[in-house]
Write a protein that binds this ligand. Sequence first.
Ligand SMILES: Cc1ncc(C[n+]2csc(CCOP(=O)(O)OP(=O)(O)O)c2C)c(N)n1
Length: 322
Amino acid sequence: MTRKNLNLKLFEKAYLIRRAEEKIIEVYDSNEMKTPMHMSMGEEAIVSGVASALSGLDLLFGTYRSHGLYLARSGDTFRFFSEMFGRESGVVRGKGGSMHLSDPDRGLVATSAVVASTIPVAVGSAYALKKKGTRGVSAVFFGDGAIDEGSFWESLNMASLFKLPVLFVCEDNGFAVHTPPALRHGYKSISAIVSRFNCSVFSSTSTDAEVVFNLASRAKNAIFAKQTPAFIYLKYYRYLEHVGTHEDFSAGYRSQEEYQKWLKVDPLKILASKLKKLGVGKGELDKICKDIDLAVERSFKKARNSAFPNPAELYKNVFHEK
Ligand SMILES: Cc1ncc(C[n+]2csc(CCOP(=O)(O)OP(=O)(O)O)c2C)c(N)n1
């Protein structure tokens, strides 16, 4: 793929994620969407970059902040919005909401509201991939807060010991809810500690999706070349509050100035200006955006008018079936 085509693909994914979340913001305060909402705005370079470096053989696992992951993998805004509205046509038939998007048929195995809970599951899946001889990896996305859980370290240890094809993707937005790492960690650098394991470590503070794509591609190659797991440490800035669709600068734990700095390197801005340099005209880019806007509008409307699940379905496809 040419650089231009790669950046076009990354832009399309990132723009779709941003537009889909902007649509959520338009209605969320009306309470039609009953699910708690953890927005991913600011994070688009990570999900679109890593997801584009993975293939259909690779499995994905995420957290409650996985709108981008689902959309980057599927591009399916109709099932996405349907899930937010709690409709039968939703990703998990309206029963999971924003925090439990999963689409095993497309390789998105699970996302969960319980911090760090998908990490050991991803390690188990990687064990299965290795046993079956499938040339795929289990890529698991989590925040820096998940590093505070014992299950992360146990999972890293097992993956390193058994030489499993796990791609650990740590998305550090600087806080676990409102608490910075300095108040949570008895060490300075996550990457430095993880690199003491039998695990390849990569890191970047870039919000350029192409940089993330290249890093994830190298990490994936290292998994097979060295027969070890790989860990990618990436920084981003969460634009909105921890849970909800508003800004929260009045909460006092972070500053507007910091936000303004990150806005200058907004992932979409970076991709758009790079595309310009790569010869994509304004008309071409506007057309791409317009087509995505239209698809988002249509699927949003259709989802909003779709049917709720039948109440008789309440206990079907859940943990404890009746
Ligand atoms: C096992 C568990 N403990 C505590 C919580 C409450 N909780 C929800 S989000 C969160 C912070 C997680 O921060 P991080 O992993 O960095 O993710 P981010 O929200 O920054 O994406 C906590 C402690 C939870 N959901 N699960």
